[in-house]
Write a new protein. Structure first.
Length: 553
């Protein structure tokens, strides 16, 4: 199986054969997903500070490549709501060329992360952090749509959350009731179909019905054509973005943020798909496919892309069998762009805002947010801190601070665990005894003591272990150090063991290490704590160590 870790899922499935039945299923699923993805791609393109055609190009190019080269059987890729905040800020600060450079660099980061097998590591991002920044992004997306939904007449809207809402309050007297009616109508249609006919693509129905109503009754509401009169038709010619070394250095943090978000959402989406289908994705290849897709999307002047959880779920429910369904989805969107691009101009912006309000609500996962608020105070604090930093400061800062605090909290809790147990005739710690130690201590001869370590030995607990050693005054003739339950040891842990060895060597004590696992044994040997003929021994089995101790005594 290891040889297939970096083989695209499509290639493996095609080698096993591809039937006409699978083709029909993938064709139908691809068409269904395209219908759902079409208005979303346009809405995300506009909300990101770009244009609707950028969202469509991303859905076509990146969506096709994510299915072609990814590690999931049914993943659907394209622009997603999670990128709106990041893309908007990058365009505002560095221009669209800066976004393209950041997306290309993020693509290479994802490829390297895939081959470095970070697909497994990225799953360990703490859940309160993921929930906090996802909910924060949802709030920012929703707030970014207030102007179009209410038809506010504002010359410029600040990017910062609080300043944005101050501008909204100031411009609220200019609200257009026509825009509100249009937006509410679209929202009602979307939510109505979601509740009473979930198999029908409510987004597309809302776009079609409301747009026709606006056109038929000549409603004075801003449309895509009003804001973007010169939308390109078809796919642009691929080209490298303008190179600027100074700008490249400036966009590096944004590139890492894009890569992080793309990796997180793609792997979460693939894991959701695994749960729905019973199959398993290849995380390394999924990251590689995402990386290539983002590079090529930027060459076509598209936006960052990743796996889309909602569209992937629609793909599965529509009967998709292979990644060819995702390729069909991209092809159908391309057909729309080529054949019906003029129709796009009639879509009211308030309708797309209604779609993004629903996207933001789904992203917020309010039930998960409320659930974590009922958890211990540490989890609540990390959740709320990440959420408010995302909304009020910056997504990169929120992720960095949230992950750091969650990691430090985990290390603190780990360091409080009891990792050292003592058994022997002269040193007794009955409260810390493991049941089997009660019997084992009776078999120990005079002059033999035993330390048992449990769990990883790392810097968080090194000082506590050192204090315990110093409290043990009696020096035995033989000290057995049981390490079978120690899977990992860092440099601070080695220092504690080294001090233990040095201390008892001066007392003439023979130290026997037993049950050493591979990593602790390797790091001890690198620290020159090795078996010697006189005072340090490595013995695999505890029973053999006890017999050797009896001989030495």
């Amino acid at each position: 199986m290891a040889s297939q870790d970096f083989t695209p899922k499509l290639w493996t499935l095609l080698r096993g054969g591809y039937s006409m039945q699978n083709l029909r299923a993938d064709f139908t699923a691809g068409l269904t997903v395209a219908v759902v993805a079409l208005p979303l791609a346009m809405a995300i393109g506009i909300a990101s500070g770009a244009s609707p055609d950028k969202g469509l190009v991303t859905a076509i190019v990146a969506g096709f490549l994510i299915s072609l080269l990814g590690g999931s059987r049914v993943q659907i890729g394209g622009p997603t709501g999670a990128f709106i905040v990041v893309v908007f800020n990058v365009i505002a600060e560095h221009g669209y060329d800066g976004l393209l450079l950041a997306t290309i660099l993020a693509g290479f980061i994802l490829i390297l992360a895939g081959y470095a097998r970070f697909g497994q590591v990225i799953r360990y991002i703490p859940y309160p952090v993921v929930t906090g920044f996802t909910a924060g992004i949802a709030v920012i997306i929703a707030s970014s749509q207030v102007q179009d939904f209410f038809g506010l007449s504002l010359d410029a809207v600040p990017a910062e959350f609080l300043s944005r809402w101050a501008a909204y309050v100031h411009g609220f007297p200019s609200m257009s009731m026509v825009a509100v009616v249009v937006g509410l109508s679209a929202l009602f249609i979307i939510l109505g179909f979601r509740k009473w006919a979930p198999s029908v693509p409510g987004n597309l129905v809302a776009v079609a019905v409301v747009s026709l109503g606006v056109y038929a009754f000549h409603m004075p509401v801003e449309t895509i054509a009003d804001r973007f009169p010169n939308i390109a038709v078809g796919l642009p010619t691929p080209q490298l973005p303008a190179w600027d070394y100074a700008k490249f250095l400036e966009i590096i943090p944004s590139a890492f943020t894009i890569a992080f978000l793309a990796g997180i959402e793609a792997l979460l989406s693939a894991m959701v798909a695994d749960g729905m289908t019973g199959y398993r994705h290849r995380p390394g290849q999924e990251l590689v496919g995402q990386g290539v897709a983002n590079i090529v999307s930027a060459l076509f002047a598209g936006l960052p892309a990743t796996g889309a959880i909602a569209r992937t779920a629609v793909n599965i429910k529509s009967g998709a069998k292979t990644p060819i369904a995702g390729m069909f989805h991209a092809a159908f969107i391309l057909a729309f762009v080529v054949l019906a691009s003029d129709v796009m101009g009639f879509i009211p912006l308030a309708v797309l805002s209604a779609i993004l309000f629903v996207v933001a609500w789904n992203m917020s996962e309010v039930h998960h947010f409320v659930h974590i608020l009922k958890m211990p105070s540490n989890d609540r604090f990390i959740l709320l801190l990440t959420f408010f930093l995302t909304v009020l400061v910056d997504l990169t800062v929120a992720i960095g601070v949230g992950v750091t605090l969650a990691s430090l909290q985990f290390l603190y809790e780990m360091s409080k665990s009891e990792s050292l147990h003592v058994q022997g005739r002269k040193i007794r710690d009955d409260e810390a005894l493991i049941p089997e130690d009660v019997h084992q201590r009776d078999a120990l001869p005079e002059g033999v003591e035993v330390f048992r370590f449990m769990g990883p030995i790392f810097f968080g607990m090194a000082d506590r272990l050192a204090d315990k050693f110093q409290s043990m005054v009696t020096a035995p003739k033989v000290l057995i150090v049981r390490m079978k339950l120690v899977p990992y040891m860092d440099v601070a842990g080695v220092r504690v063991i080294g001090n233990l060895v040095a201390h008892y060597k001066t007392k003439g004590t023979v130290i026997i290490f037993t049950g050493l696992q591979a990593q602790p044994k390797e790091i001890l040997e690198k620290a020159d704590i090795r078996p010697t003929a006189l005072d340090v021994l490595f013995i695999d089995r505890y029973e053999d160590a006890v017999r050797r101790a009896c001989d030495l005594v």
